[in-house]
Write a protein that binds this ligand. Structure first.
Ligand code: FES
Length: 218
């Protein structure tokens, strides 16, 4: 469900395979849920059971699994399988049987992917690019993201203050994990959870960049 779960794809894939299931991602990972539903439907599946998995914090609400599946179902041309969605998220290896035993069908009446609140480009003071390229991911980018989000919650910063964006490689990989802050053009390296919390408190709230982890600009 969450971006952090993409980093656990090997473990999650092995878990799914051991239970005769396949893996799909709601965001960032490949295959996407929509692609996997199409593959299964094209292969003749008549009934698909979806179990949302979140192995860490910051996953979107379970309702998003239903909304995305319903969107695919409505848009699907040709024969459509029955889709059932577990009513609870799986947060570890236990409880799969219980989750599968408590499912609700997709009816097509679920909310769509748009809402009035998502019409306009939001105003925000800072756009923060968190590198999720291969080097930064391997060196713990997810810890920095978690620390940043938790600190933003603590300081009550919303999207109008900071728009957090996940990116591919931003190039100074030797300094991984890398975070860049615009429009200030401030770049940070070695951003773990603790440094991320300092960036929130000192830079976003206090207005002073964290010089100890600031990268020099050419
Ligand atoms: S992978 Fe993050 S800067 Fe290259």
């Amino acid at each position: 469900m969450s971006i952090a779960d993409v980093d656990r794809r090997d473990d999650l894939g092995a878990f799914a395979a051991a239970h005769g299931a396949t893996l799909a991602f709601l965001q960032q990972g490949d295959p996407s849920l929509s692609l996997e539903l199409t593959r299964l439907a094209d292969a003749g599946a008549a009934r698909i059971v979806l179990v949302g998995v979140s192995t860490g914090p910051l996953a979107p609400a379970l309702s998003w699994l239903r909304r995305i599946a319903a969107y695919w179902w409505r848009e699907r041309a040709g024969s459509r399988p029955e889709i059932l969605v577990a009513t609870r998220l799986l947060e570890g290896p236990d409880g799969l049987a219980d989750a599968i035993a408590d499912v609700r069908p997709i009816t097509g009446d679920e909310p769509g992917l748009t809402a009035a609140a998502w019409e306009d480009v939001t105003g925000h003071r800072h756009q923060v690019m968190v590198c999720r390229g291969p080097r930064c991911t391997a060196k713990g980018a997810v810890d920095g993201i978690r620390g940043m989000v938790m600190a933003m919650i603590e300081h009550q910063l919303g999207d109008e203050d900071v728009l957090l964006v996940h990116t591919g490689c931003q190039f100074p990989c030797n300094q991984a994990p890398v975070v860049s802050v615009q429009p200030d053009d401030v770049w940070y390296g070695e951003v773990d959870g603790e440094v991320a919390a300092r960036i929130v408190a000192e830079h976003f709230v206090g207005g002073r960049p964290v010089e100890s982890h600031r990268l020099a600009r050419k």
